[in-house]
Design a protein around this ligand. Structure first.
Ligand SMILES: Cc1ncc(C[n+]2csc(CCOP(=O)(O)OP(=O)(O)O)c2C)c(N)n1
Ligand SMILES: [Mg+2]
Length: 664
């Protein structure tokens, strides 16, 4: 039987050689963490390489994603469908081994990492999802949801603020089956971290309520194994295992220095490492006896088989619950979804009088949460403002995970990265709220949701200067257009109750991507109550048409649709042929077929006016060079909402003037 060290050295050599071959990448972290990886994957992690989708597998997150070659080496060695050919093509266009791990469950990559710190927050979300699903589904002696979440992370992750947000909440929630191994090598890109990172990390995590296992020799497999056993013995709190390692070990001149972090070691150093490790194989060749010892297929199949038997017993005892568990893990909507959706539309369309769309959103949630237990809500300490807590929804508390709503505290970035983790875990559809302007705090996690195409729903209220007295710090200006620039993200800014209901259903039905719901604080008239929901669902539609070919088209979103409607009616009453288009979601509109887009915005009508209480930039593509955009390209001001709208020209009088001008 090979020794632990020999098995770990396979990772070291593969990482070093793959980076050398690509002449690009990060050899140091994989070489330093090789022993930690060997212990975790060969002794503790529960996985089946033949079925990376197995619902009750342990989740593994490589938060220091630059160590991607460690993950690829381990996935290859344990028997996931990741060939040596792919490792040879590390970092090459079209390979399954990109520079940083990209969510690819078919080969066992659970989440996209690289932006430091977020992997830890993903892991917290996964560990939370495990607790919630266990509370929803487990029955005495039938724990069908029962797995660990493991995270490897480095100094960079620890320095990032998001690690504080996520670890702090993980401690409060006592996510005891979250076990994190910290690669503490004292090095980051600029050199020895003592110049910029001297926190007492163990104390910091202890203060969050974690179990901290300090000062473990991360290159001593037995010591790491003992630490993991200690972590598992105590599942009342999440665990942090602080592993001292040497970056790039055992490279003789670059090891222990930042030189090993992010570039190929060079031919001489690679040869020297081979000598030190007594490694005689050419690159990308692994001796059979080491391969055999690494392979996890037999063990994995047996582990899943045991769970399948458990699940069969569960199904026999609780057939309905078993079917519901399968439905949720498969991201399928319940059978009565068409009726639920119809009810939410009917209720919304019956709304009378002015209503803020954040309130409309809550009314929709009152209907949806009662029928879709997978909806898992929350807010970054703005529950009463975002209106994200529906009636009869139980709030999750540290001792009781049967709730479906979490008070995330003031942690927009952590919340969003956790929601990504929950969505990746499966079984939950997370939605979470904050003010639109603070979406910037969460921005990179939104980006990763989009990159990974996760069904994460971001509820952003207080969507314009209309929020009033809180002033320019709280008034979003560029956020709307800026979010719309993000690939795969759907940004819905509904104009009234019915558009809000349609936006919710569109985001719930869209299983392959995230979306934002951008909502007002102030009341809005019901302008689209008689529109057809399937027209609204196309992202842009004719809300009010004129007789004959329009002289001009007015396009508006959200709170400006009501204003535009009055102005267009006024223009029509003066004999102008003006059409009004409501455009709640530009991305969805852009994805419609040519016939629909042309029917809404006929290309021959070049006089167009877009109106939105935000940055104008993006609208030029819809109005063209002969058009006009009326928006706000400066920061707002502190004052009452209606007065601000007046100050910035969003009045019936001014908008009517603009509409009349557009038709001239
Ligand atoms: C959010 C973010 N900022 C910056 C980077 C660029 N970056 C990649 S690795 C790294 C240093 C990480 O240090 P550490 O985690 O200690 O890694 P080690 O050098 O020990 O491998 C930086 C700054 C990044 N990937 N993500
Ligand atoms: Mg480091």
């Amino acid at each position: 039987m090979p020794t632990r060290r020999e098995l770990a050295d396979v990772i070291r050599v593969l990482a070093m050689d793959a980076v050398q071959q690509a002449n690009s990448g990060h050899p140091g972290a994989p070489m330093g963490m090789a022993d930690m990886a060997e212990v975790l994957w060969r002794e503790f992690l529960k996985y089946n390489p033949a079925n990376p989708h197995w619902w009750n597998r342990d989740r593994f997150v490589l938060s220091n994603g630059h160590a991607s070659m460690m993950l690829y080496a381990v996935l290859h060695l344990t028997g996931y469908p990741l060939s040596m050919e792919e490792i040879r093509h590390f970092r090459q266009l079209g390979s399954r081994t990109p520079g940083h791990p990209e969510h690819d469950l078919a080969i066992g990559v659970e989440t996209t990492t690289g932006p430091l710190g977020q992997g830890l927050a993903n892991g917290v979300g996964m560990a939370l999802a495990e607790k919630v699903l266990a509370a929803h589904f487990n029955r005495p002696n039938l724990n069908i949801v029962d797995h660990y979440t493991w995270v490897f992370l480095g100094d960079g992750c620890m320095m990032e603020g998001v690690s504080h947000e996520a670890a702090s909440l993980a401690g409060t929630l006592a996510l005891g089956k979250l076990i994190c191994l910290y690669d503490s090598n004292g090095i980051s890109i600029d050199g020895k971290v003592v110049g910029w990172f001297t926190d007492d990390t163990p104390k910091r995590f202890e203060s969050y309520g974690w179990q901290v296992i300090r000062d473990v020799d991360g290159q001593d497999g037995e010591a790491v194994a003992a630490a993991i056993r200690a972590a598992q013995a105590h599942t009342a709190r999440p665990s942090l295992i602080c592993c001292r390692t040497e970056i790039g070990f055992p490279a003789p001149t670059k090891g222990g220095t930042a030189k090993a972090h992010g570039e190929a070691l060079g031919a001489d150093e690679v040869a020297a490492v081979r000598k030190i490790l007594n490694w005689h194989e050419p690159p990308f060749v692994v001796p059979e006896r080491l391969r055999e010892a690494w392979n996890g297929e037999i063990k994995g199949r047996a582990a899943e088989q045991r769970w399948q038997e458990l699940f069969a017993r569960y199904r026999a005892a609780h057939p309905d619950l078993a079917a519901e568990f399968e439905r949720r893990m498969q991201s399928a909507l319940p059978q009565n979804w068409p009726q639920v959706r119809a009810k939410s539309f009917e209720t919304a369309a019956a709304t009378s009088g002015a209503q803020a769309t954040r309130q409309s959103s809550q009314n929709v949630l009152n209907i949806l949460t009662a029928e879709l237990p997978e909806l898992f809500g929350g807010s970054a300490d703005l529950t009463g403002s975002n209106n994200t807590l529906a009636k009869d929804v139980k709030v999750l508390t540290p001792g009781d995970f049967s709730g479906s709503y979490l008070h995330y505290g003031v942690r927009e970035f952590g919340m969003t990265a956790m929601m990504n983790g929950m969505s990746l875990h499966g079984g939950l559809v997370p939605f979470g709220g904050t003010f639109l302007t603070f979406s910037d705090y969460a921005r990179n996690a939104i980006r990763l949701a989009a990159l990974m195409r996760q069904r994460v729903i971001l509820v952003y209220s207080h969507d314009s200067i209309g929020l009033g007295e809180d002033g320019p710090t709280h008034q979003p200006i560029e956020q709307l257009s800026s979010l719309r620039l993000m690939p795969h993200l759907h940004v819905w800014r509904p104009a009234d109750a019915l558009e809000t209901a349609v936006a919710w259903s569109a985001l719930i039905e869209r299983i392959d991507g995230p979306g934002c719901l951008v909502l007002t604080r102030q009341g809005l008239p019901q302008v689209a109550a008689t529109a057809k929901p399937d027209h609204i669902a196309r992202g842009g539609y004719v809300l009010l048409d004129c007789k004959g070919t329009p002289e001009s088209i007015v396009i508006a979103t959200g709170s400006e649709v009501g204003l535009a409607l009055d102005a267009v009616k006024a223009a029509q009453s003066q004999g102008r042929r003006v059409r009004l288009v409501s455009m709640p979601c530009t991305e969805v509109f852009d994805a419609q077929d040519e016939a629909w887009r042309e029917s809404v915005l006929p290309s021959k009508v070049v006089k167009r006016l877009a109106i939105e209480a935000g940055a104008t930039g993006l609208w030029w593509r819809y109005v063209g060079s002969e058009g006009q955009v009326f928006g706000i390209d400066e920061f707002g001001a502190s004052g009452k909402g209606p007065e601000l709208f007046k100050k910035f020209g969003f009045t019936a009088e001014n908008v009517t003037k603009l509409v009349l001008e557009s038709a001239r």
